[in-house]
Design a protein around this ligand. Structure first.
Ligand code: SAH
Length: 257
């Protein structure tokens, strides 16, 4: 890697969070994909305890609330995201069932066997898929569900350029069968897995990112770190367009057995 190139771990977390604050979602996804994943999950009722880990500004948290009767706790490290979730829940009159709290997905303040459903879109990578699947399992009731999206390879082999990019960003990216095997080892039966359609990346993430980049660069004109971050994000979008047949986000839905 040359001096001019960066990887995601070089950037200031507060700056990254500010960049994403103006967006409705902070990763690829869609309302339709969230609802499709929910269709593999049963036994959710008014008393169900649902958590959404790494909820960001809560795009999918609100969709969960609108499509299930349960109580939902959205958890994220970044206070600005949690404020936005709580504001939106209030505006939609969902505040009695939806609460955003600041916290970390690897230090959960729940009892063993307390939760009915653990949701996490585009966020388990922060602690690693295998660690997350194992750690979260103890908090679920027997028969409870986990549903996450995770970057995954679609092929056994891939071009070096995209392999190197992901190896820097998230070396735990793996093939779908290997992810499913990890879930099974962690104590889940895998109910479904499906690939997020391209629209989840392009229309719902990269296109809104262009506006976020304008807002951000106006504010941080001349700030080298901010400019480099935007460059990194643009590079990520270019690589997706070039190599999208080799990787994407996959929804994995498992049931604790
Ligand atoms: N689920 C949202 C956000 C995905 S981005 C969406 O799909 O739009 C990943 C999120 O994980 C960010 O909001 C980031 O602040 C959060 N995050 C990172 N590390 C975390 C941790 N250890 N615990 C909880 N949230 C974390």
């Amino acid at each position: 890697m040359s001096d001019e190139e960066h990887n995601i771990h070089d950037f200031d977390i507060a700056l990254i969070c500010e960049y994403f604050s103006s967006m409705d979602r902070q990763g690829p996804g869609s309302q339709e994909a969230t609802i499709k994943a929910l269709s593999f999950i049963d036994n959710i009722h008014e008393k169900s305890n649902i958590v959404d880990l790494g909820c960001g500004t809560g795009g999918q948290t609100i969709v969960l609330a609108q499509n299930t009767p349960g109580n939902i706790t959205g958890i994220d490290l970044f206070p600005g995201f949690i404020d936005k979730l709580n504001d939106n829940a209030q505006k939609l009159n969902l505040q009695s069932r939806v609460k955003g709290v600041i916290g970390s997905m690897d230090k959960l303040d729940f009892q063993s066997n307390e939760l009915d459903l653990i949701w996490s879109e585009g966020a388990i990578y922060n602690i690693g898929f295998e660690k997350g699947m194992n750690y979260w399992n103890e908090f679920l009731k027997k028969g409870g569900y986990v549903a996450v999206t995770e970057a995954s390879w679609f092929t056994e082999e891939r071009p070096k350029e995209i392999f190197d990019f992901w190896n820097e960003a998230y070396p735990e990216i793996d093939t779908i069968p290997n992810k499913i095997a990890q879930m099974q080892k962690a104590g889940y039966v895998v109910m479904a897995s499906f690939i997020l359609p391209e629209i989840c990346w392009i229309d719902n993430f990269f296109v809104p990112e262009i506006t976020a980049q304008k807002i951000f660069l106006d504010k941080y004109k001349g700030n080298k770190s901010a400019e480099e971050f935007v460059k990194y994000e643009k590079h990520g979008a270019e690589l997706y367009n070039k190599y999208k047949e080799y990787y994407g986000y996959v929804f994995y839905i498992g049931k604790k057995i």
